[in-house]
Write a protein that binds this ligand. Structure first.
Ligand SMILES: CC(C)(COP(=O)(O)OP(=O)(O)OC[C@H]1O[C@@H](n2cnc3c(N)ncnc32)[C@H](O)[C@@H]1OP(=O)(O)O)[C@@H](O)C(=O)NCCC(=O)NCCS
Length: 186
């Protein structure tokens, strides 16, 4: 069990983070993000690109040790009401800094935004995680996210990869509907 957590600083991506973030992404994903992808996240008003950095970086330490990229999307319920939410597109941590609470701090930042976003709070955040990515599933679970199903990805992927893997849908909701359990042990 971890006894002392580093108080990671979570801040918006800036241009000097580019090389670190591309490297972290390449270590974390088979389909690497490009510089253009990151620029798009940074510039588009409907997206977020946040990095984690050490509160007291040593000389020659990487500026960023992890990052996430998210997009604002909308769901519509049966009554046609709009429910804005975040789609977590990417989350990765430098391999040398894993299991140090970096992803936990990044996810906490995203979740904190759910409550404070204007013009109205977003109700949930959603992420799709590969069926064989146990670290990411456990990380999401540890941060209070729940698996709500296995569905198709909403971002394009190569056809072969989409066929080969199931993606689990994980959600963090501000409030979960209560479920009444009618059957009970007799
Ligand atoms: C998944 C990933 C982001 C986790 O980052 P991390 O900074 O190491 O995670 P944290 O240290 O914040 O872990 C928080 C909790 O998640 C769980 N967890 C994370 N990694 C785990 C692992 N390898 N094995 C078991 N549990 C793990 C633990 O409960 C952990 O808490 P603990 O260390 O106190 O036990 C990182 O492994 C990564 O970058 N993977 C490659 C990219 C990726 O898969 N991204 C997610 C795609 S959706």
């Amino acid at each position: 069990m971890r006894t002392k957590r580093t108080p990671w600083i979570i801040r918006p991506f800036t241009t000097p983070d580019l090389a670190n973030v591309l490297e972290i992404d390449a270590a974390g994903y088979q389909m690497h993000a490009t510089q253009a992808d990151l620029e798009a996240y940074r510039l588009r008003p409907d997206s977020l690109l946040m990095v984690a950095s050490h509160p007291a970086p040593r000389r020659r330490a990487p500026l960023a040790v992890g990052f996430y990229a998210a997009t604002y999307l909308e769901d519509f319920d049966a009554a046609g009401r709009e429910w804005p939410y975040y789609h977590l597109d990417r989350l990765a941590v430098d391999p040398d800094n894993r299991r140090r609470g970096v992803a936990a701090a990044l996810l906490a930042d995203l979740v904190a935004r759910l409550k404070t976003d204007e013009p109205r709070p977003r109700q949930k955040a959603v992420a799709y995680i590969d069926e064989d990515n146990l670290p990411a599933q456990l990380c999401a679970r540890a941060a209070g996210w729940r698996c709500t199903g296995a569905t198709e990805p909403c971002t394009p992927r190569p056809a072969a990869a989409a066929i080969a893997k199931t993606l689990y849908r994980f959600e963090y909701r501000l409030s979960w509907p209560s479920v009444k359990i009618t059957n009970r042990l007799t």
